[in-house]
Design a protein around this ligand. Structure first.
Ligand code: F0G
Length: 461
């Protein structure tokens, strides 16, 4: 008999989590104004809000924490981090930041100006926020297949080069300061971008002299998918693939809270010295001196180690197989999910799950709230609340996909936890016909409203 798959680690330290009753959860979520971000962690049993900063560090990372160098300038831990990043990516210039959006803030302060247009594959919300904050626009050029959860495509993060061409024809080189490629593409379901597509993007960029920047939060997971899905890469190591991917970019912003497997941190890495030099000024203003930029020495040391671990096939295999284990269970129960399964999360298609809830009543949020009340599992809405309003018309922007993201932290939960989540969703699925109304907004912030929005339940008979 072929031996089953098992995690390549065992657990040395545990953290208790807390179960609760349905009536407790009903009260808590009402008090939280039906915003899952407002819940206390004590009120959550399994937390699938995000895989960002929620991973478990290894014994080697904790050891690195003890030997972190806290020098203000010229820290040894910075050197370790920089050497690791440069050897993985080939980018010689590295600036630490306190997290991914800070890297965006610093780099975009150099590259983006009012009226600019930045094409990419479904930019993440902070990326789009930093673009729109500068009165520039983000254009989504993802392939159409990404918007159809029933259709198989191995690389639903890919960019449609025809769409890039159209944008270039309308706006021209001077209004396009860069193309941002998010690897993997969070907003379409943790979907990867193929090496072939990265090459095509590079060729397009070279043709018109436009820089390519990777939003690389989950670059290692992207490399895993290239190895396991793209012809010709089966025998390449993850590190070889990573190196080849980054050779096709001019720079990157990174949220180290994902594939760095640390709880806080980020960085910018660049090939171009002039852009680096301009960025250092903003880094010093917004983040900190260039050899710590918002990170403590110990965190940079843990990140150097985390990046080494995240780029091994053994780690990625266990990580992504756990996500797929959950996805497969949901699929087998008939629950509509984005397929193929993504790298860091399973995305439930709320439009198909709850067809009776009107679009204006926040379908995906309604499902995420049902899941919490049913089970204490906290997921996150990736739908109309997140898509926010059009900055000009102030109308809701309805995205093609209304998703509930079940985001799996790295090395944190077991298969039993996954079974629990699948059972909870199945219970709701069996009574989905009875869910016919959603929520209305009582308060929202002018930008990135989903974090602080307050909702009210609509009851209709
Ligand atoms: N880019 C991508 C693709 C992301 O997924 C995130 C964060 C960021 C940039 C910003 O990084 O949080 O370190 O400032 N994503 C988290 C999530 C928040 O839950 O998907 P950050």
């Amino acid at each position: 008999m072929k031996l089953p798959y098992a995690e390549p680690y065992k657990i040395k330290m545990i953290e208790p989590i807390f179960s609760s009753s349905r009536s407790e959860r009903e009260q808590w979520i009402k008090k939280a104004r039906y915003n899952l971000f407002n819940l206390k962690s004590r009120q959550v049993f399994i937390d699938l809000l995000t895989d960002s900063g929620t991973g478990a560090m290894s014994q080697e990372q904790w050891s690195a924490i003890m030997s972190g160098d806290e020098s203000y300038a010229g820290s040894r831990s910075f050197d370790q981090m920089q050497e690791t990043i440069t050897s993985l990516t080939g980018f010689p210039y590295v600036l630490p930041t306190h997290q991914g959006r800070a890297a965006e803030n610093v780099l975009f302060s150099v590259l983006v100006k009012e009226g600019d247009v930045i094409p990419g594959n479904a930019h993440f919300d902070t990326t789009k926020g930093h673009i729109e904050f500068r009165k520039a626009s983000a254009f989504d050029c993802t392939i159409d297949a990404a918007g159809d959860t029933t259709r198989y495509h191995p690389f639903k993060g890919n960019i449609d080069i025809g769409k890039l061409e159209n944008i270039y024809q309308v706006f021209g080189k001077h209004r396009i300061p860069m193309i941002i490629v998010t690897i993997t593409c969070n907003s379409t379901g943790g979907q990867p971008v193929s090496m072939q597509n990265l090459r095509e993007i590079r060729a397009f960029a070279d043709r018109y002299g436009i820089p390519v920047i990777f939003d690389a939060a989950r670059f290692a997971e992207n490399a895993y998918f290239i190895k396991t899905r793209e012809k010709g890469y089966e025998d390449h190591t993850i590190r070889e693939i990573v190196r080849e991917m980054f050779a096709l970019a001019d720079g990157m912003t990174m949220s180290s809270k994902k594939d760095g497997i640390v709880n806080m941190g980020g960085f910018i890495a660049l090939r171009n010295k002039a852009i680096y030099q301009e960025s250092t000024t903003f880094n010093i203003m917004f983040e900190g001196y260039i050899t710590y930029g918002g990170m403590s020495g110990r965190d940079m040391a843990a990140l150097a180690q985390g990046l080494e671990e995240a780029t091994t096939f053994e780690y990625l295999e266990s990580r992504i197989r756990q996500v797929q284990y959950l996805g497969q269970q949901l699929h087998d129960k008939g629950i509509p999910v984005q397929e193929p399964f993504g790298g860091h999360a399973i995305f439930v298609d709320a439009n198909r799950f709850l067809p009776h809830v009107p679009r204006a009543e926040y379908i995906a949020q309604t499902l995420a709230l049902e899941l919490y009340i049913e089970s204490g599992v906290r997921a996150v809405e990736i739908g109309t609340l997140l898509a926010d309003r059009d900055p000009e018309t102030r109308e809701n922007r309805y995205p093609r996909l209304e998703m509930v993201r079940l985001t799996i932290p790295r090395r944190v939960y077991t298969s039993n936890h996954m079974d629990y989540v699948a059972a909870a969703l199945q219970n709701i699925y069996l009574r989905r016909e009875t869910i016919t109304s959603g929520y209305r907004i009582r308060y929202e912030a002018p930008i990135m409203r989903h974090f602080t929005v307050e909702l009210e339940k609509i009851s209709r008979r």
